[in-house]
Design a protein around this ligand. Structure first.
Ligand code: SAM
Length: 308
């Protein structure tokens, strides 16, 4: 069992991982363009010299887009970017070198208890992050730290969105890989000397026939990794055992993140409730609408906007 924050920390501590879940396979260019345009529009409404807040920033995808858009628009903005996970984007991504002095990252921060004074931000944003926190406290903190009139813009998971729908099948896929007698068990036991190659080959055959020889993405990746662990006889056994344990940990973390995503996603009624809560908390002009991307106009999430 992987803890909530650990699942994300594991994810963010990887080289060159800027976004978590906005890019649909095969649709990168169109999706990125739409998302960049969305954040660029937000920056247009912010004052030059403004101080912005990116909530649940991950590796800072939005923080980076904000400062890039501001530079394009000839504006100066600085961004405070916070996340509950132990984030360290400066160490893992090269993108920040040009903007390092404009973005202040801070990990271990719950957006329900922000370490900032009242009314100190000129704008706040979040991309698939705000909805992971308990709404009442997160909204109260958002309202507290924004200056009067300051805008906010959130991109929030949609229960029927393109990112959420494939989740259920992928959670089940990982369950099979991690389950008792599953592929990960087989390779760990084989390396530990408590099981034979026959068991591993049997599980491989079973997975292939169950999936009509067309392995789903995660299973295919694990197959490839298992093959590597078996063929790298040049590596110390201890290293290969550790490799198999790491594989299990990464899969558990991925499954935990997918579960969180499923819980965080909002239905239409839930999105309306969030807007009502925001209005009741003293935020103004709160509005929600579906957010579409790409030439196929795929539903990606909800956009929630308003001001203090
Ligand atoms: C789907 S990721 C989005 C990250 C980033 N905004 C992006 O678009 O790439 C969700 C993030 O929310 C963070 N998170 C979840 N609950 C949180 C909380 N209560 N306070 C701060 N961050 C939180 C997770 O650690 C994770 O990094």
């Amino acid at each position: 069992m992987v803890a909530k924050e650990t699942a994300w920390t594991t994810y963010w501590h990887a080289a060159n991982r800027l976004d978590s879940c906005i890019v649909r396979p095969g649709q990168q260019e169109g999706d990125q363009k739409a998302i960049f345009g969305f954040w660029r529009e937000f920056v247009k409404g912010c004052p030059s010299g403004g101080r912005l807040l990116d909530l649940a920033t991950g590796n800072g995808a939005v923080a980076l887009r904000l400062v890039q858009a501001a530079a394009d628009l000839g504006k100066d903005v600085t961004v405070n970017a916070v996340d509950l996970a132990d984030i360290r984007p400066e160490s893992y991504l090269t993108e920040y070198s040009d903007f390092a002095n404009l973005i202040a990252f801070r990990g271990g921060v719950d957006i329900c208890a922000l370490p900032f004074g009242d009314q100190c931000f000129d704008g706040a944003v979040s991309q698939f992050g705000f909805e992971y926190a308990p709404a009442t406290s997160a909204v109260a903190e958002l309202a507290r730290v924004l200056r009067s009139g300051a805008p906010f813009q959130l991109l929030v998971h949609h229960k029927e969105g393109a990112l959420v729908a494939p989740n259920v099948a992928q959670i089940a896929e990982i369950e099979t890989l991690l389950g008792s007698g599953g592929l990960v068990d087989c390779i760990q036991q084989l390396l530990a000397g408590t099981s034979s190659m026959d068991a591993l080959e049997g599980e491989g055959r079973r997975l292939l026939s169950e999936n009509n020889n067309q392995l789903p993405r995660i299973t295919a990746e694990i197959f490839a990794a298992v093959r590597q662990l078996l063929t790298r006889q040049d590596l110390d056994l201890a290293i290969r055992i550790q490799g198999a344990a790491d594989m299990r940990h990464r899969l558990e973390a991925e499954q935990e993140r997918m579960r969180q995503l499923g819980h965080a996603a909002l239905s239409g009624d839930e999105a309306d409730s969030l807007c009502r809560l925001m209005t009741d908390t003293g935020l103004h002009d709160v509005a929600v609408q579906p957010f579409h991307v790409g030439s196929d106009q795929a539903l990606l999430g909800w956009q929630v906007t308003g001001r203090r």
